[in-house]
Design a protein around this ligand. Structure first.
Ligand SMILES: *Cc1c(COP(=O)(O)O)cnc(C)c1O
Length: 328
């Protein structure tokens, strides 16, 4: 799984700078915009980083692009394989298509048709691999070992972390006065990368991870000081589901070293935040992307004057969107 030696070395701020040069032509430099509705609601100059504006509707294209472009610099790339149902799979498929290499995505049998359609549109070959996520993972590993495809880890990979970290560089360039950054947190690839970039350039800016209570594997792992397998419950923040990997090599350490705090939000708070953004900003975001706003609205963040909140994606299921729209 770790064929290029560099992967055993943790990512550094230099890797984030290298990532930024590498992926510049593939990713959108997203705007950081003030939200007057949030300013009125929480009494701080809240800025939203609009990663939902990436072509695939989520920031994950950054890490995928850095990983695949880096590998393409090193040698020929026969093809890639991933086992994510969500935004990571789309990011990998999108970048593979740009590079003209085949992408295969292994998925559990139960994946909803809407997600399959999205991946089809991006030109990926989809393989239903059995009832569980583990079946999909082991199928993807077989493609890697038996056919030489490159398996792209969604979070615990230095290139992926550095790619996501480019968001942190953009944040401080757009606004050096930011005093807190709120980052949706699942496996921590995003939070690690953003913390690396922000702390290297502005050590006093607080970096805070926000997880759904029902999907808090990193929160529990930080508390335990080792990877913990957390039993999840259903959450609107479906993109935040999944563990940190019991063999975690990078994100747990980086989060422990660099991140100031991790806070949790409830399902009710996530729903209210989605509704708030829909109502006041006419902004459609997925549950995972609303957790930062949820934490602010719920008063979990403590004093800050100019917080930046990462809006990480807009790939919300249409039934959820319909239900929320009816509540406006
Ligand atoms: C993947 C994802 C996250 C969390 O990223 P991690 O690196 O796994 O912590 C947050 N929001 C959205 C929309 C995502 O797709």
């Amino acid at each position: 799984m770790r064929e290029d030696g560099s992967k055993s070395i943790a990512p550094t701020i230099q890797d984030v700078w290298a990532a930024r040069r590498r992926i510049a032509s593939v990713v959108v430099r997203t705007p950081l915009l003030a939200s007057s509705a949030l300013r009125a609601a929480v009494g701080a100059d809240v800025l939203l980083k609009h990663e939902e504006m990436q072509e695939i509707g989520a920031f994950k294209v950054r890490g995928a692009a850095n990983k695949l472009l880096h590998l393409a610099e090193i040698g020929p790339l026969p093809g890639v394989v991933a086992f994510s149902t969500g935004n990571h799979g789309m990011g990998v498929a999108h970048v593979a298509r740009l590079l003209g290499i085949p992408a295969r995505v292994c998925l559990p049998d139960s994946v909803p048709q809407a997600k399959l359609d999205g991946l089809h549109r991006l030109g990926a070959t989809i393989e239903r691999s059995g009832p569980t996520q583990e079946d999909a993972a082991s199928r993807a590993q077989r493609w890697e070992h038996e056919h030489g495809l490159v398996l792209v880890d969604p979070l615990d990979d230095p290139d992926v972390i550095a790619g996501q970290g480019t968001i942190g560089l953009e944040l401080l360039e757009s606004d050096p006065e930011i005093d807190a950054v709120l980052v949706p947190l699942s496996g921590g690839g995003l939070l690690s990368g953003v913390a690396l970039a922000v702390k290297a350039n502005s050590p006093r800016t607080r970096v805070i991870g926000v997880s759904a209570q029902g999907a808090r594997a990193m929160y529990e792992s930080v508390r335990a000081g080792r990877p913990v397998d957390f039993a999840e419950s259903p959450t609107l923040a479906d993109s935040l589901r999944g563990g940190i990997g019991m063999e975690n090599r990078h994100t747990l350490r980086l989060v422990r070293e660099l991140v100031d705090d991790i806070v949790l939000v409830s399902e009710r708070e996530i729903e209210e935040a989605m509704l708030f953004l829909l109502r006041h900003e006419h902004l459609v975001v997925e549950g995972a992307a609303a957790v930062g706003v949820a934490a602010l609205l719920a008063g979990r963040i403590g004093a800050c004057a100019r917080p930046a909140v990462l809006i990480t994606g807009r790939n919300v299921a249409s039934d959820v969107l319909l239900r929320l729209s009816a509540m406006i």
